[in-house]
Design a protein. Structure first.
Length: 355
C-alpha cells in the first residue's frame, strides 16, 4: 500500500467510525423528540406514505367499530394504548389519533427501523392475541414472522391470496389442495388452518386469530361446512379427529390407512378391513356381502358415516345349535350301568358275609 493510499484508508475508517457514532446517537435519540404526525414524514418519504394510506392502521382510532364498542364500555383510557400513537400510561393521554408512522418508528426524527415481530406484538396482543398465538405455535414458523406474510406499510398480505402466502414454503400442499374437490370449490389453507373468532369485549373474551396455524389445536370442525353426522363411528374421536381416521390424506382428499397407504374414496375395503378384520375375512371368503355380486365393496351397503343397516338383514339367520352327536349319551348310560353293577356286587358280598 502506498503512503497516499494508507492516508486515504485511515481517513475512510475515521469517517466510517464517525458516521457510526453519529448514527447510534441519532437512532437512540431521547424520547424528548416530539410527535409530528405522518404528514411530516410523508413530505420526505412519499412512497411509504402512499403504501401506508391503504392501511387499516390509518383509522385505528376513528374506525366506527372501535368507536362504538369503546363508547359502550365507557370510553376508558386503557383502550387507547394500541389505537393511538404516543400513548402515555402515566398521564393517560396520547400524542396522535390512529396508528401513525411514529407508532412504529418512534417520535420525530428518531426514525428507528425495528424489523422484529415484537414491534407488532406490542399491539397485536391482549384482545387480539395474534403475536402470542404465533409465538406459541412452536419453532416451525420462526422463519415466518409477521412481515413475511404481511406488508408493514399497507398491512395487506404480501401475496395475492392466503394460499399463495403459505405456498412460499408449502408449495407441495398447495398443489395437492388445488387439484382436490376442496381446491375446486375454493376451500383453502386458511379455512382449515386458521380458526378465526371475533373478540367479545363485553364479556372480556379474547379473539382467536388463527395464527398458530395448527388445525388440531383449534379442534377443527369439518361439520362447520359438512352436514355429515356420524353414528357408531363417532367413537373414533371428537370433531375432525373422527373424520381424519378415514379421510387421513386430507389435502388430496383420499382415504389413508395407519401405514399411510392411500386409496381413492371408491376403494374403501382396505380401510374398513383395518378395523373390521373379521367382517373383511368373511367378505373376502364370500360369506359376508352380496351373494350375487361378491365384488360389491363395503360402502355399497354401509354408509361409512352411519354404517348400521337398520332392519334390512341380507344375511342368513345364524342357526341355533343342537346336540345331534349321540356319543355323550352312550357314555352317560355306560357310566350308570357300571355304577349299578358295582352297587349290586357290594350288596351280594355283604349278604354273603352276614350269612
Ligand atoms: C427532511 C426529510 C425527512 C423527514 C421529514 C423524515 N425523514 Fe425519515 N429519512 C430521511 C432520510 C434522508 C433518511 C436516510 C435514508 C437512509 O438512511 O438511507 C431517512 C431514513 C428513515 C428511515 C430508515 C432508517 C433506517 O435505519 O434505515 C425511517 C424508518 C424513517 N426515515 C422514518 C421516518 C419517519 C417515521 C418520519 C416522520 C416522523 C421521517 N422519517 C421523517 C429523511 C426524512
Ligand atoms: C394491546 C392492544 C390493544 C388494546 C389494549 C385494545 N385493542 Fe382493540 N384492537 C387491537 C388490535 C391490534 C386490533 C386489530 C386486530 C385485528 O384486526 O386482528 C384491534 C381491533 C379492535 C376492534 C375491531 C376493529 C375493527 O377493525 O373492526 C375493536 C372494536 C376494538 N379493538 C375495541 C377495543 C376496545 C373497546 C378496547 C378496550 C377495552 C381495546 N380495543 C383495547 C389492539 C388493542
Ligand atoms: C405498523 C408499523 C409501521 C408503520 C405504521 C409505518 N412503518 Fe415504516 N417501516 C416499518 C417496518 C417494520 C420497516 C422495516 C421494514 C424492513 O426493513 O423490512 C419500515 C421501514 C420504513 C422505511 C425504510 C425504507 C423501507 O421502506 O424499508 C421508511 C422510510 C419508513 N418505514 C417510513 C414510514 C412512513 C413515512 C410511515 C408513515 C406514513 C411509516 N413508515 C409507517 C413499520 C411501520
Ligand atoms: C400501535 C399499535 C399497533 C402496532 C405497533 C401495530 N399494529 Fe397492526 N393494527 C393495530 C390496530 C389498532 C389495528 C386495527 C385497525 C382497524 O381495524 O381499523 C391494526 C390492524 C392491523 C392489520 C389488519 C388489517 C386489516 O385489513 O384488517 C394488520 C394485518 C396489522 N395490523 C399488521 C401489523 C403488523 C404487521 C405490525 C408490525 C409491523 C403492526 N400491525 C403493528 C395496531 C397496531
Ligand atoms: C405464515 C403467514 C403469516 C404470518 C407469519 C402472520 N400472519 Fe397474520 N395473517 C395471515 C393470514 C393468511 C391471515 C388471514 C387472511 C384472511 O383471512 O384472508 C392473517 C390475518 C391477520 C390479521 C387480520 C387481518 C384481517 O384482515 O382482519 C392480523 C391483524 C394479522 N394477521 C397480524 C399478524 C401479526 C401481528 C403477525 C406476527 C405476530 C402475523 N400476522 C403473522 C398470515 C400470516
Ligand atoms: C417462511 C416459510 C413458511 C411459510 C410462509 C409458512 N410456513 Fe408452515 N411451516 C414452515 C416450516 C419450516 C415448518 C416446519 C417444517 C415442516 O413441517 O414442513 C412449517 C410447518 C407447518 C405446519 C405443521 C405444524 C407444525 O407446527 O409443525 C403447519 C400446519 C403449517 N406449517 C401451516 C402453514 C400455513 C397454513 C401457512 C400459511 C398461512 C404456512 N404454514 C406458511 C414454514 C412456513
Ligand atoms: C380441509 C381442511 C384442510 C385444508 C383445506 C388444508 N389443510 Fe393442511 N392440514 C389439515 C389437517 C386436519 C392437518 C393435520 C393432519 C394430521 O395431523 O393428521 C393438516 C396438516 C398440514 C400440515 C402439516 C402436516 C403435513 O401434512 O405436512 C401442513 C404443512 C399443512 N397442513 C399445510 C396446508 C396448506 C399449505 C394448505 C393450503 C394449500 C392446507 N394445509 C390446506 C387440514 C387442511
Ligand atoms: C370451508 C368449508 C369446508 C371445510 C372446513 C371442510 N370442507 Fe370438505 N368440502 C367442502 C366443499 C365446498 C366440498 C365440495 C362440495 C361437497 O362435496 O360438499 C367439500 C368436499 C369434501 C369431500 C368430498 C371429496 C370428493 O372428492 O368427493 C370430502 C371427503 C370432504 N370434503 C371432507 C372434509 C373433511 C374431512 C374436512 C375436515 C377436516 C373438511 N372436508 C372440511 C367444504 C369444506
Ligand atoms: C369410517 C370412515 C369414515 C369416517 C369416520 C368419515 N368418513 Fe367421510 N367418507 C368415507 C368414505 C369411505 C367415503 C367415500 C364414500 C363413497 O364414495 O361411496 C366418504 C365420503 C365423504 C364425503 C363425500 C361423499 C358424500 O357423502 O357426500 C364427504 C363430504 C365426507 N365423507 C365427509 C366426512 C366428514 C365431514 C367426516 C367427519 C364428520 C367423515 N366424512 C367421516 C369414510 C369416512
Ligand atoms: C379406524 C377404525 C375404523 C374404520 C377405518 C372403520 N370402522 Fe367401522 N367401526 C369402528 C368402531 C370403533 C365401531 C364401533 C363399534 C361399536 O359401537 O361397538 C365401528 C362400527 C361399525 C359398524 C356398526 C357395528 C355395530 O356394532 O353396529 C359397521 C357396520 C361398520 N363400522 C362398518 C364400517 C365400514 C363399512 C367401514 C369402511 C368404510 C368402517 N366401518 C371403517 C371402527 C372403524
Ligand atoms: C351386500 C351388502 C354388504 C356388503 C358389501 C358388506 N356388508 Fe357388512 N353388513 C351388511 C348387512 C346387511 C349387515 C347386517 C345388518 C346390520 O347389522 O347392520 C352387515 C353387518 C356388518 C357389520 C356388523 C354390524 C353389526 O350390527 O354387528 C360390520 C362390522 C360390517 N357389516 C362390515 C362390513 C365390511 C368391513 C364390509 C366390506 C369388507 C362389508 N360389511 C360389506 C351388508 C353388507
Amino acid at each position: 500500500m502506498s503512503k497516499g493510499k494508507q492516508i486515504a484508508f485511515t481517513l475512510l475508517l475515521m469517517y466510517l467510525a464517525l458516521v457510526a457514532i453519529n448514527r447510534t446517537t441519532f437512532v437512540n435519540a431521547e424520547p424528548t423528540e416530539e410527535y409530528k404526525g405522518s404528514g411530516y414524514c410523508i413530505s420526505c418519504h412519499p412512497d411509504q406514505g402512499g403504501e401506508y394510506s391503504q392501511s387499516a392502521h390509518t383509522n385505528g382510532y376513528s374506525n366506527e367499530d372501535f368507536q362504538e364498542v369503546w363508547a359502550d364500555l365507557g370510553s376508558t383510557a386503557d383502550c387507547l394504548e394500541c389505537h393511538t400513537t404516543g400513548y402515555d400510561k402515566t398521564t393517560e393521554t396520547y400524542a396522535l389519533a390512529e396508528v401513525q408512522c411514529e407508532a412504529c418508528h418512534g417520535p420525530g426524527d428518531t426514525m428507528e427501523r425495528d424489523t422484529s415481530p415484537e414491534l407488532c406484538g406490542e399491539c397485536h396482543t391482549g384482545p387480539f392475541p395474534t403475536y402470542d398465538e404465533w409465538v406459541n405455535s412452536g419453532p416451525s414458523h420462526g422463519t415466518a414472522d409477521c412481515m413475511t406474510c404481511h406488508n408493514e406499510h399497507t398491512s395487506k398480505m404480501e401475496f395475492e391470496t392466503p394460499d399463495e402466502t403459505c405456498g412460499q414454503c408449502h408449495d407441495s400442499h398447495v398443489i395437492q389442495v388445488d387439484d382436490s374437490t376442496h381446491g375446486l370449490n375454493d376451500v383453502g389453507c386458511v379455512d382449515c388452518h386458521m380458526n378465526i373468532e371475533e373478540a367479545d369485549f363485553y364479556n372480556g373474551i379474547q379473539a382467536k386469530t388463527g395464527h398458530s396455524f395448527n388445525p388440531k389445536e383449534h379442534e377443527l370442525d369439518c361439520s362447520s361446512c359438512h352436514d355429515r353426522p356420524l353414528e357408531k363411528h363417532d367413537v373414533l374421536g371428537e370433531k375432525a379427529t373422527a373424520c381424519l381416521s378415514c379421510h387421513g390424506d386430507i389435502h388430496e382428499l383420499k382415504l389413508e390407512l395407519v401405514n399411510r397407504e392411500t386409496y381413492d374414496n371408491d376403494e374403501p375395503v382396505a380401510l374398513c378391513a383395518q378395523c373390521h378384520n373379521e367382517r373383511y375375512t368373511d367378505w373376502s371368503q364370500g360369506t359376508h356381502g352380496a351373494h350375487d355380486n361378491p365384488q360389491a365393496v363395503c360402502t355399497e351397503c354401509h354408509d361409512p358415516h352411519i354404517p348400521t343397516i337398520n332392519k334390512i338383514s341380507t344375511l342368513e339367520p345364524i342357526p341355533t345349535r343342537e346336540l345331534d352327536d349321540p356319543a355323550p349319551l352312550l357314555y352317560k348310560i355306560a357310566f350308570v350301568v357300571v355304577l349299578e353293577i358295582l352297587a349290586f356286587s357290594v350288596w351280594i358280598l355283604r349278604r354273603y358275609n352276614n350269612v
